[in-house]
Design a protein. Structure first.
Lengths: 261, 261, 261, 261
């Protein structure tokens, strides 16, 4: 059985910026999906902001095991209702990987509950990513560090919650550091943030980056059946209590009534 | 110097339900604030949903070190813009304590990025809270357990992210358990969720509960000056890099330009 | 490929206590291994305290993907050198599952760095385990709770470090709660503590308990090649620095010298 | 009331190495204590390896709120019984701060349960420490980064458990990164690891480093009374159960009997 990946691309720079179009003629999302499709047991397809419902219909989400999200210039154009739909899928068990400038994507901010801010500089400087958790599944097959000769700098403090685990930390030529690989869990969904991938550099053509993405997909994949109503808060009737109890005192609600939200 | 606490109460049941009005004639928020004001170095006041801007003006938040939030029937009436204002204050360093049914309050859900759901039963059953982290500041002065003879049941699974620390776990007479004291950090703000406090029982008159709230206030208080712009993502110009670097490759942004959001 | 599991049993009560021998005539370890061997892709064998080197030779550890440890009466008889050998294997990537009274086993205490103490009562009371992390791999296929009609009670506070994730919390008939399923990571090794399994009750014959153990094995398994020297602290010579630097100031060590330990 | 700090120094290099003696003529421990004593509400004294019982008598530990530990050349000379005594104090609530090469100190390795290894280079290169958790109490009064012009390099992967919080990450001139400020909790004791402080450089004369140490002391201090027997695992008799239960099935232990260890 293959892990079904959907790579969501904003697909704006590729249409309007010659440099980006030159590096990613078929779009960044297609490059990422092509890389994943070279790996066994991963089947990747794409969706973009411009698709109906941004390509994020309920049907599509139901058939997506792991969603990868790249956005930058058009975060604000993503419909709030679709953001909630994506988050529901995550809470129900869909894995999700946020790339680079998606630190400010609506679904990432929604899932983190934090500012997700950082410092940045666009100078094509050297980035060196260090593995901080040896033999972590996301670092499988990687040496203790790898380099990207030209990348945008992201610097600490990175305004995210303390992660489940820190997998990578970046060193930047200009003097900054950044927690570049972080894992989280929200509901039944595994979340991985991975820093590299500025659109004016060929980062997603890099074989080690592609390996990290494939590793991330395998790590984020939860084979359990999706939780159908991940927001349910069911009432348990007194007569169905697991230990026999007798109702005491006053009540607000009638048996079987819905709780307030 | 005193820690300035604002107790935010929804103040709906107290107006419409005789039982609740009987237990909390001046409102649950006032009872909670009165309890806190018996403690040294805490000065508590109140605000309610019905106040202009729900009492949560920028000025009020600026003068609040720790906010306590109780809501239930009217979560949906809280204005989204005010939710964001509260979250900004938390990210900037304001402490916040969410009580009982505030597990579904908008600011809690916003800060958790998770469903925050649970199971529940209103039977006035016995709850016994066990301390899971001995000598945690929030458990200061407490024995290893304490009991509330009549409470609403909340049961696992509780749909929240893995906490920084689990401080209390509840045993319920009807057979359930619940993580009743959980700590989080979002931005510079400390967050404490505390389960007890169903409105039809006199929970906030209980001395041990009042002690936990006072402990929670002291734990959540961050004496550092509030971060003014907790969402800032400043650009660092190439010529100001801490280590000398030379710009290489193409750019999207001009020097000093704002990043995308 | 199959996950190679070694079930380590202290094998003392089975030899000296008629009740235990009656429930587990071939030893608790054999019962646990038999249960695991009914699952696809798991091959379990056993080792006991009485074996040469407690059955924990380097060769055996090298061929063990996940080690399961049950001990109680003879924690002190486990040789310290073998404890270190087991911990080295964990740090190098071997998974390990500690059962029940192994909360006081030497390798568990060594890996936790904490007292690992608790309260207890031997009354054959009802235990109900609640899943706190829905769709966690260790809870795969499980309902939201399951019951063991007769078990020893373990109560909070449980003196362990805050876990990576809490997977189960137990409710006890006599009024206590306990964090019964906890995950940790030490070095490259995944660690799972699972509470049930008092030797005078038939717990390891229970199908749901067997399912949890099989799930735990799959979760703890790290397919990466074992780290050969998990304690190495290599010196990086100045001339091999990744960025060109010039040595400045005084030194304690010569090039290539070992650091202090 | 003042926080009582004991600064433990190995005091070996200061006696045998002219460079170290020149920078710290009265010992590194004395320099650290002097710095702390300039802060309000902190009273620091010193102890060394050469003192009877390494200066770590039970009486001394009982009167120590926060212990600071610097060691390097003589880790192996610290008596194992005293290591356990120190750990017992931590589990009972004593705060502890480990500095620099104390990553390989026996009490640190004992409390972490992990290899605590790293890579290193002694080249007097530039280290820049970035704050990763703005307004964390340990970073109080600090800018987003500070620099040490000459330090030893420590590089990732750092073989420690995932921390409670990451407070500082270091950038090194030669191309490495390191998690330089990490917090943990073991039992009731708060633990802070802080990286800088190689003995051949004047790091502990640096005002910002001294500020971090004072902040760390205030953060690590637990005002609760020390837990007297942090390893106790008390039996709860059936007749004292909080909920009435009847004993069922066979038992191993008699009432009031000690459990196995």
């Amino acid at each position: 059985m293959s892990i079904r990946v959907t790579v969501w691309g904003e697909n704006v720079h590729e249409q309007h910026n010659e440099v980006v179009a030159g590096i990613y003629p078929r779009g960044m999302h297609t490059c990422i999906a092509d890389g994943l499709n070279t790996h066994d047991k991963i089947t990747a397809s794409t969706a973009t902001l411009q698709d109906p419902e941004h390509g994020m219909t309920q049907e599509r989400l139901d058939q997506t095991d792991v969603l990868i999200w790249w956005g930058h210039a058009a975060h604000g154009d993503v419909d709030d209702a679709i953001v909630e739909r994506v988050c529901d899928a995550v809470w129900g068990g869909m894995g999700i990987i946020f790339l680079h400038s998606a630190h400010f994507a609506k679904p990432f901010k929604r899932l983190m509950g934090a500012p997700c801010n950082l410092t940045w500089r666009e100078a094509g400087e050297r980035e060196r990513l260090w593995v901080t958790s040896r033999n972590h599944p996301i670092a499988a097959g990687l040496p203790d560090y790898f380099e990207l000769e030209n990348e945008e700098m992201y610097g600490e403090p990175f305004g995210v919650p303390e992660p489940l685990e820190t997998v990578f930390i970046s060193w930047f030529q200009g003097g900054e550091v950044f927690r570049s690989g972080l894992t989280y869990k929200r509901g039944a969904g595994n979340i991985f943030y991975f820093r590299p991938g500025h659109e004016t550099y060929p980062t997603y053509h890099n074989a080690t980056v592609q390996q990290v993405l494939a590793n991330g997909v395998k790590w984020a994949f939860n084979p359990a059946a999706r939780i159908v109503n991940p927001n349910d808060a069911p009432n348990t009737a007194v007569e169905n209590a697991l230990e026999p109890i007798t109702e005491r005192g006053p009540r607000l609600h009638k048996d079987g009534e819905e709780g307030y939200r």
